[in-house]
Design a protein around this ligand. Structure first.
Ligand SMILES: Cc1ncc(COP(=O)(O)O)c(C=O)c1O
Length: 367
């Protein structure tokens, strides 16, 4: 049996350090916006090479508050993809802006930068590229378009902690970069959590206010704000895990290259790589025109797989009114073919080899 996720294995490998960090917080008696949060923000900013990090309650809230801090609101339009987690689009909708979808590149599964300009109107305020599955989006043309057209760029780096684009960590290239610490992410907490990286001092100040009732100082709200805070326990856990992130990402890359080598001759499309855009394999996603049968076969043989995502956001009931017929052909085709195979740092080489050999066996018998 090969599980799709195994968070217990990771915990057991760090048990002493994690338990000590949690114990330190419990004994310290401070649980909200204390030293652990401040230290994590500074350590994560150092890791990313960003001037500032503001931690918040989740990746969705990181996106929502970033949009608000950039001045996006009702009557505005924000360009993004439909081939993403619902959260990307939910955050845009929560800001009051209208999400406008651009199709994805059929090779990278990320926003097709060549299709962005035709979607820009006089209402467009921002672009939200998603570094989906851990593969950096093609940021150079996106930044060029945004700067020329006066648009903000808010990177959805919720699946791509540690990935690089052209030498910079993703999340530090646009005006703001948003991260999720959902437990299964490459850097995951033991509950919800999120953060925003930014080099812009004004955005930094606004984000710090937005996450705590709009307060500039205690009981002195300068804007209408929210309650969206990473708590001290999660920050303490994340400080431990951050020290392992690069090592874990290297392990993910190593396992991905084993899959790549073993599946090279199988009739599957394997994840795309490029020199400019690194991949940290939050998910190892293949494409198969026999996806459902392959998935059932793997399940019968004890292999956990998932589909990210089964329904593009523009076809989900809450957002169908935003759908423009026939405008997202790659997005709509991908959802029928994609399959996420098990891949996480604790997975053994033997498990990867077992999954790959089952896939090859499936194709030998499949007609
Ligand atoms: C691409 C993407 N964007 C946004 C989010 C939202 O993050 P969270 O679940 O922490 O709100 C996620 C994670 O679920 C994600 O994968």
């Amino acid at each position: 049996m090969v599980l799709f996720f195994d968070l217990k294995a990771q915990y057991l490998s760090l048990k002493l350090e994690v338990d000590a960090a949690i114990g330190r917080v419990l004994e310290g008696g401070r649980f909200i916006l204390g030293d652990e949060v401040a230290a994590f923000e500074s350590e994560f900013a150092g890791y990313l090479g960003a001037n500032h990090v503001v931690s918040v309650g989740s990746g969705t809230e990181a996106l929502h508050l970033s949009l608000l801090a950039c001045g996006v609101g009702s009557g505005d339009e924000v360009i993004t993809v439909s081939h993403t987690a619902t959260a990307t689009v939910a955050a845009i909708a929560a800001s009051g802006a209208r999400p406008v979808f651009v199709d994805v590149d059929p090779d990278t599964y990320n926003i097709d930068a060549a299709l962005i300009e035709e979607k820009i109107t006089d209402k467009t305020r921002a672009i939200v590229p998603v570094h989906l599955y851990g593969r950096a989006a093609d940021m150079s043309p996106i930044m060029e378009i945004a700067r020329r057209r006066g648009l903000k760029v808010i990177e959805d780096a919720c699946q791509a902690h540690g990935a690089y684009h052209a030498g910079a960590r993703v999340g530090t290239i646009g005006d703001a970069g948003c991260f999720s610490f959902y437990p299964t992410k490459n850097l995951g907490a033991y509950g919800d959590g999120g953060a925003i990286a930014t080099n812009d001092p004004l955005l930094y100040e606004r984000l710090r206010m937005l996450r705590v009732y709009g307060w500039k100082e205690r009981d002195d709200a300068e804007m209408s704000g929210y309650n969206s805070r990473l708590d001290e326990l999660q920050a303490a856990v994340l400080r431990v895990k951050l020290r392992y992130l690069d090592q874990w990402n290297r392990k993910r890359v190593e396992l991905a290259s084993i899959y790549d080598g073993l599946l090279d001759s199988a009739p599957l499309v394997l994840p795309n790589k490029s020199d400019d855009a690194s991949h940290v394999y939050h998910l190892y996603v293949v494409r198969s025109d026999k996806r459902d049968r392959l998935r059932a076969f793997l399940q019968e043989n004890g292999i956990g797989t998932m589909v990210h995502y089964t329904t593009p956001v523009h076809l989900q009931p809450a957002y169908v009114s935003l759908a423009v017929p026939n405008s997202l052909p790659n997005t709509e085709k991908l959802v029928e073919e994609i399959l996420s195979l098990p891949l996480y740092p604790e997975l053994g080489h033997d498990s990867v080899e077992h999954v790959a050999s089952l896939i090859k066996r499936f194709y030998k018998t499949a007609s």
